[in-house]
Design a protein around this ligand. Structure first.
Ligand SMILES: NC(=O)c1ccc[n+]([C@@H]2O[C@H](COP(=O)([O-])OP(=O)(O)OC[C@H]3O[C@@H](n4cnc5c(N)ncnc54)[C@H](O)[C@@H]3O)[C@@H](O)[C@H]2O)c1
Length: 333
């Protein structure tokens, strides 16, 4: 298939683009590089720089290519920022996705795999299933839920086939056969716990902050499900290839095990061998206490199996990336 990967210069999109190429598909990345990196785009993928909200640029792109499917990563992703600047998120995530869907319909491209998120759920202290109540605690999660709603209606009314993959916390780096890190996390600014934590042993940050120590969890800190980026990428390949048989798919993509903020920091200390400091800070708005996935549905229906289930292994792969690319992709530009 010829696949248009929006946001394919970003963290998860670039790894997934590499996986699509490995699976024998043709890939064109479309990204405005607002947060992505040209150096992250895998060799072998085409690249067009452009904005998902630019309807006429998308029209030209779809006119001049025979896409079979779209895999849509492009979005703004910071839950905290979405609470202080909601318009930025509704515009880029919701309004621009609607432009993309309309251009897809106009050009008769009716397959999409969409990056949804665990942030669509209400917090729960047992494993989250796809049928659980949807109640985003932040604007970012709400934008993703709104897109899922659009997908449902475009499917029922216009014949769109879609997979909405609700990722939990993406993490880790893509390693080659020699164990060298070839792609990894380099968000600007970084807000994710594992890369922020690893900046401390790298000497780039004085300490890591623990936001909230009075949550109703065993050690008082938030619990999250950390899923390795290569396992996420593999889920996209399986979902895309299943779209002809299964017109509508909604799947959690998580590891099935929750780890607290304190546990992540302690494992990072073990992996790096450095006993770096952590600092307790007040809760942040919009942080749910516990979000852990049941990924049983995608395992059963598509045979997905995560390869990286131990937090130590995940953090080790992230450490290989960050310790060899302390400035992310900027050294590769
Ligand atoms: N990282 C996570 O833990 C996580 C968890 C759940 C869901 N997601 C979702 O996965 C997707 C990818 O996340 P990521 O961590 O790789 O983020 P990222 O910021 O690294 O990648 C997003 C990419 O989209 C591009 N982009 C943004 N708006 C665009 C636009 N209007 N037009 C063209 N390109 C645009 C950016 O330049 C960037 O390259 C996002 O949709 C995010 O909401 C991520």
């Amino acid at each position: 298939m010829h696949i248009l990967v929006t946001g394919g210069a970003g963290y998860i999109g670039s790894v997934t683009a590499a996986y699509f190429l490995q699976a024998g598909h043709r890939v064109t990345v479309y990204d405005n590089l607002s947060y992505g990196y040209r150096a992250a785009i895998p060799a072998g993928a085409g690249f067009v720089r452009g904005d998902v909200g630019d309807r006429s640029a998308l029209d030209v792109l779809f006119q001049s290519n025979d896409f079979d499917a779209v895999v849509h990563f492009a979005a703004f992703i910071e839950a905290g920022e979405s609470m202080v600047n909601p318009g930025k998120y509704f515009r880029n995530n919701v309004v621009n996705t609607q432009a993309l869907l309309d251009v897809m319909m106009a050009h008769n491209v009716r397959r999409i795999v969409f990056s949804s998120t665990a942030a669509v759920y209400a917090s729960k202290d047992t494993l989250l299933e796809e049928s659980d109540p949807l109640c985003p605690a932040n604007v970012y999660g709400e934008t993703k839920l709104m897109i899922e709603t659009m997908l449902r209606w475009y499917a029922s009314q216009l014949g769109l086939r879609y997979a909405a993959l609700r990722y939990f916390n993406a993490c880790g780096a893509m390693l080659d056969d020699n164990g060298q890190a070839v792609r990894g996390e380099a968000h600007r600014p970084e807000t994710h716990l594992i890369p922020l934590t690893l900046q401390v042993p790298l000497g780039q940050r004085a300490s890591v902050k623990i936001f909230g120590t009075d949550y109703p969890t065993p050690d008082g800190t938030c619990i999250r499900d950390y899923v390795h980026v290569e396992d996420l990428a593999q889920a996209h390949v399986l979902a895309l290839e299943a779209l002809d048989e299964r017109p509508t798919m909604i799947y959690n993509i998580g590891n099935g095990r929750g780890y607290s903020v304190r546990e992540v920091i302690n494992v990072a200390r073990q992996v790096t061998g450095i006993d770096f400091p952590a600092e307790e800070a007040p809760r942040r708005a919009g942080d749910a206490p516990i979000l852990v996935a049941s990924s049983e549905r995608i395992m059963r229906e598509l045979g997905w199996q995560p390869r990286y289930t131990a937090l130590e292994e995940i953090i080790r792969s992230a450490w290989v990336w960050h310790s060899t690319h302390p400035n992310g992709y900027t050294d590769l530009l």
